[in-house]
Design a protein around this ligand. Structure first.
Ligand SMILES: [Fe+2]
Length: 316
């Protein structure tokens, strides 16, 4: 596979698993293109044209060192210059994939958070409430990552001649869809049943060995789950803490999250919303694994690094 084919496959899989559905994504892209067409020449220059075809601002090809057939990929949750040096030491690495966004993928990553509005709306939160609260949170996240050293790892990849891409929301979408399907297919009564279900997933089983398996952040094992929402797995990063109250008002009982800050946890507690944290790096690994299976099927070798646990679901 070429780098572009790998990237296109990733975007396509991300769209397939997206809570908004392919139709929803097409509609969004069409609207964006129309808005772009109406811009002045000056504004068009400034516009991020990638976004007209790629709905995931945090998933980008960052550098192509040589456009060869990809046979071996180094994949990590966070790629920093250290991992680029590691690629050089290992040798024969054709491409490096970072899960967490880098470069322009990091600078614009807040844009993907919009998908949380639709996800919340599907769970019954009125769209006006979801949009209003998310708008505030998205601008906060945009400012937070504005000051990062965005190009650091990309510069290292350029100096050492490595192709590099980041695949964030495309993978998180796969993890979210996988968890949502599993949860909806099983009759879960109490939080302990939900925890048990999560612990059957190999990525979480591995995480348990180092003490970061699924955990109850709010609620207790005996609590009834009520309606379970998988709204904190994809969509960039944590949404607005003010949304938890709105979620319980919409009839939700439990939220499954990748991770949760103290501020968010407190708000969930006030709202009486159970919170089960599946695990951050383990959930990231789950999503990345579901995508990498597509590349493994094409005969590509995967070298995991930087916290990533490779678990293949390819039938052998
Ligand atoms: Fe992550």
């Amino acid at each position: 596979m070429t780098i572009q084919e790998i990237f296109n496959t990733a975007i396509n899989k991300g769209i397939e698993a997206d809570f908004r559905g392919r139709e929803g994504i097409e509609k969004l892209l069409a609207r964006k293109r129309e808005k772009f067409e109406n811009l002045s020449t000056e504004k068009k220059e400034e516009f991020n044209k990638d976004s007209l075809n790629n709905p995931y601002s945090d998933s980008q090809i960052l550098h192509i060192a040589s456009d060869k057939d990809i046979k071996r990929i180094l994949v990590g949750i966070d790629i920093e210059p250290a991992e680029v040096l590691l690629a050089k030491e290992l040798g024969n690495i054709d491409l490096i994939i970072s899960h967490h966004p880098l470069g322009k993928g990091l600078a614009n990553f807040y844009e993907v958070m919009e998908l949380q509005c639709d996800a919340l709306n599907q769970y019954g939160v009125p769209i006006n409430v979801a949009e209003g609260l998310m708008k505030e949170r998205i601008s906060e996240v945009a400012r937070k990552y504005n000051a990062s050293n965005h190009q650091r790892t990309i510069d290292a990849a350029k100096l050492l001649n490595f192709s590099l891409m980041c695949l964030h929301t495309v993978c998180d979408n796969l993890a979210a869809k996988f968890l949502k399907d599993k949860i909806e297919q099983t009759k879960l009564e109490r939080i302990e049943d939900l925890i048990r279900l999560l612990k059957e997933i190999p990525e979480y089983r591995e995480a348990m060995k180092i003490g970061v398996g699924p955990k109850i952040f709010v609620g207790s094992e005996e609590n009834r789950c009520g309606k379970i929402a998988v709204t904190e797995i994809t969509g960039g990063t944590e949404g607005s803490p003010k949304l938890f109250e709105k979620m319980t008002q919409a009839g939700l009982g439990t939220v499954v999250a990748m991770h949760m800050s103290e501020e968010h946890k407190k708000e969930a507690e006030i709202a009486n919303l159970n919170v089960v944290v599946a695990g951050h790096i383990s959930s990231d690994s789950l999503g990345v694994n579901l995508l990498l299976d597509e590349f493994e099927k094409q005969g590509i070798e995967i070298i995991p690094c930087s916290g990533f646990t490779r678990i293949s679901r390819v039938e052998k």
